[in-house]
Design a protein around this ligand. Structure first.
Ligand SMILES: [Zn+2]
Length: 326
């Protein structure tokens, strides 16, 4: 073995067994995600230094991972104290990983419990809405939606995702709420940011946000699964609405609106509960089926009501709406 030839630090392996020059052990790469508990995957030929994982034969990436975990380059003198520290660090890391897994599993189990306890069926949502959803003005008019949530003199952006950043071309996408009321409904939207902006803003960059009175929760699917069939979508919406009710009643967040996006998900608009509350929801978001990337991102666009979805052709609409702000 030359000084630069990759080799394996046998002291770092677990469940080591030797037969002649053949050594088997628990594969460090499989072990990193809790696998190979019986210690059967890893093999090393101590005569020529060839190693690999029996579960991933010929997988170069897996081999690189093994080497990153237990490989050594060049000569290394035995150092039991260093190896002992390394093993303690590794065990700590595994304990932390296992604690994270437990937390997520608990949240998932809790989620099922929350959903069962906070059923909020569509007719009750409709019944409970402070503004009656009984005509196109409340259900579909984006101008009415804006005027309900923002003060008349606030500057808000509406447009499609790309309508931002260019002088002249995009300046008209920022208007006061009063000015949006004067424009034809079809020139408003299709998206809005849950933010207000200084007069004269032309870019929807985070640093330009003047205030973020709302946080919009996007229930885009549980455990990374997007609902597909009409039945799955119905069930998803029903479960998401139960979580909205729990956030409202259990966490005491103030609900502002619920929007059906016209595709597969609902958006819940809540009055901004403050940074600490946002952070704790962000931690639990993925387990709750909420897109964590949008929490605390007031510059991000969300669909307004009365907008036809480009892919599904479905129309976005209001399911629940607070009374207009004075
Ligand atoms: Zn492996």
């Amino acid at each position: 073995m030359t000084a630069t030839e990759p080799s394996i630090d046998i002291a770092r392996l677990e469940k080591v067994r030797r037969t002649g020059t053949k050594l088997t052990a628990r594969c460090p790469a499989c072990a990193a995600s809790g696998g190979d508990r019986r210690g059967e995957h890893f093999f090393l030929n101590t005569a020529d230094g060839k190693f690999g994982c029996g579960a991933y034969p010929g997988d170069a990436e897996h081999r690189r991972e093994i080497f990153a975990l237990v490989g050594i380059i060049g000569e290394r003198r035995p150092d039991p104290e260093r190896d002992r520290r390394w093993k303690m660090d590794r065990d700590d890391e595994r304990r932390r990983e296992s604690a994270r897994t437990t937390l997520i599993e608990t949240a998932k189990a809790t989620r099922a419990h929350i959903i069962a306890r906070h059923r909020w069926v569509p007719c009750d949502v409709w019944e409970n809405s402070p503004q009656r959803i009984d005509g196109p003005l409340v259900e579909f008019d984006p101008r009415h939606f804006i005027a309900t949530l923002f003060p008349q003199d606030a500057t808000v952006w509406t447009g499609d995702e790309r309508q931002s950043g260019q002088h002249g071309k995009h300046a008209a996408r920022w208007q006061t709420v009063a000015a949006w009321q004067e424009l034809p409904a079809e020139t408003v939207g299709p998206m809005i940011s849950p933010a207000t902006w200084p007069t004269g803003t032309i870019s929807r960059a985070a640093e330009n946000v003047a205030s973020s009175p709302f946080v919009v929760l996007d229930f885009d699917g549980f455990d990374g699964l997007k609902p597909q069939t009409p039945q799955e979508i119905n069930r998803h919406v029903r479960d998401a609405i139960a979580l909205v009710r729990w956030i409202r009643e259990g966490l005491q967040w103030q609900l502002a609106a619920i929007i059906w996006t016209g595709s597969k998900s609902i958006h819940a608009w809540f009055h901004n509960p403050g940074n600490a509350a946002l952070q704790s929801l962000r931690d639990a978001a993925s387990a709750l089926g909420i897109d964590a990337g949008l929490i605390g991102r007031p510059e991000h666009p969300c669909r307004l009501p009365g907008q036809r979805h480009a892919k599904t052709g479905g129309m976005s609409r209001v399911l629940w709406l607070q009374t207009p702000i004075p």
